[in-house]
Design a protein around this ligand. Sequence first.
Ligand SMILES: O=C(O)[C@@H](CO)OP(=O)(O)O
Ligand SMILES: [Mg+2]
Length: 401
Amino acid sequence: MTLIRSVSLRRVLDSRGNSTVEADVLTESGGFGRAAAPSGASTGEYEAIELPTGEAIAAARQHAVPRLIGEVHAGNQRDVDAALHAADGTDDFSEIGANSAVAISMAAAKAGADVLGAPLYQHLGGTFRGDNFPIPLGNVVGGGEHAKEATHIQEFLAAPVGAPSVSEAVFANAAVHDRIGALLDERGIAAGKGDEGAWAPPIDDATAFELVAEATDDVADDVGFDIGIGLDVAASELYDADDEVYRYGDVERTPAEQVDYIADLVSEYDLAYVEDPVEENDFDGFADLTARVGDRTVLCGDDLFVTNVDRLQRGIDEGAGNAILVKPNQIGTLSDAVDAVELATRNGLQAVVSHRSGETEDATIAHLAVATDAPFIKTGTVGGERTAKLNELIRIAEDAV
Ligand SMILES: O=C(O)[C@@H](CO)OP(=O)(O)O
Ligand SMILES: [Mg+2]
């Protein structure tokens, strides 16, 4: 029933105005799935390879599509993803592009769900999955690679850890975003927005902490539940490997000072979440920080782990981090992404399913987070390509998809 009849690939726009790959998968029985690849700006060195859109489409048409049509059932995600790996033949999808691979992988999953008449999260998670919902981490102020002349730390996140429901969490994050806009206004600071819709004001990190702390406190008082602060330091982007220092503008920190700095921030702001506090090769620094503050906060590896089970296993062995960011396009298929979540969960690490800075209206990650029982999802706060996921979460929570 779910045998794949056709796979179409096309160039569509992403939220930055760049092109990306969209895939349509149709099954013999008329099941249909459509999905598009996201794209990073602060990409990790060890991510699967995103090819230029045209190249990725041409290569996938030549190598992957013939292995799927009439050969593989869309309802069997492992077979779909194995066919993509076989068609590519490399470790990093450098032949067909992780952008083509992930678009096809996600579109096939949706086609499989369509044939079953089930929502995607049920198809992926099965009926015996847990019934928890992820806490959305919402980017409210940011800079780094996502906005020039703004903060050095890439993302300041609202973390509504006390929210009684997904919907209340989503609206709390939007309220924090709105409150920060008002605080910036009061201070006469003009601010545009970065790639993910967070405010990107020309302020230093200390001022950003002040504003975010005030806004999260104000909104927490209004809504009556706890809203913590999270960070994506994206430290690889601050690190100068030649001089072995982190550069925050004119301020330099050695790797040891970086660990101290983050540990101090965790204490000072009672941070609920810290992603990529040190650069992507520094498992030792990550482990040091985990030993120091891992009992008090979520320490999440993004560029460190790149959704890759081998790198995650190293982190587990060395005690580096207690959470993994899960981005399907970092590894190329849904099966690989689910493997990463399962390895993490088996070893007591938390999974944080995540968007990329370049996104589309595709809402697959909302379903993936629910299907895998992930405790967190990171998918922005405002902007259509971000609300596509947040609103889908609200619908899933209401059984309305
Ligand atoms: O670093 C990150 O976590 C992501 C998403 O917020 O950014 P990018 O997609 O640019 O890698
Ligand atoms: Mg990150």
